[in-house]
Design a protein around this ligand. Structure first.
Ligand code: SF4
Length: 201
């Protein structure tokens, strides 16, 4: 399959605010299209791929190169709804690291330097994706999410880094629970949405 264009909702150069690469400059490429349907989704305008322009992958490369970014984060929407081999190969050929942020609910494509899987309850991740995750990021809304997090931690590879991240609007209530949980279960780390504190995209 050849994919020379992809539906692009937005793209911008910023600082990765969460997870393993927190604090690193990153070019975000937000692809449109999502079939997961999280009720609390804060980028619902990304769901309909047809509402966004199809952009040639060479143009996407140029955006990243023009910014002089060393790392691209491909996100969505759900980026794995698209075949990403061509885009990621092109980026890597130009010495740009390729990271993906995915729910893992569609088959894996692309050549990745880093795979972050953040499972969603509305469409569960596929085993073939979760097994390849470098980073498992569980967004915690309430107490019951710790059990849910462990279900996926049991499926990842032994080098995968485990993160619990408070849902932004629930942070005040769940952060104390997360702190306690990580102290009791130190294989987990805390991820915070630092870009929101920094007030950057
Ligand atoms: Fe929104 Fe992401 Fe859930 Fe899709 S997977 S509905 S983009 S939060």
């Amino acid at each position: 399959m050849s994919t020379s264009t992809l539906p692009l909702m937005e793209h911008f150069y910023t600082i990765q605010g969460e997870g393993f690469h927190t604090g690193r400059a990153a070019y975000f490429v937000r692809l449109a299209g999502c079939d997961v349907g999280c009720v609390w989704c804060d980028v619902k305008e990304s769901w309909d791929a047809n509402a966004h322009p199809q952009i040639n992958i060479n143009n996407i490369l140029e955006y990243v190169k023009d910014a002089k970014a060393e790392m691209a984060v491909i996100t969505g929407g759900e980026p794995l709804l698209h075949h990403l081999d061509e885009l990621t190969s092109l980026l890597q050929q130009n010495n740009i690291e390729t990271n993906i942020e995915t729910s893992g609910s569609s088959p894996l494509s692309g050549n990745w330097n880093w795979i972050c899987v953040s499972p969603k309850k509305f469409k569960e991740p596929l085993l073939e994706v979760i097994e390849k995750a470098n980073e498992l990021k569980i967004v915690v809304f309430n107490k019951s999410d710790f059990e849910w997090a462990e279900k996926y931690a049991a499926l990842v590879n032994e080098n995968c880094i485990l993160y619990l991240q408070p849902e932004w609007d629930k942070a005040e209530q769940v952060l104390p629970l997360i702190i306690d949980y990580v102290k009791q279960n130190p294989q987990w780390k805390i991820s915070l949405q630092t870009h929101k504190y920094l007030q950057i995209p």
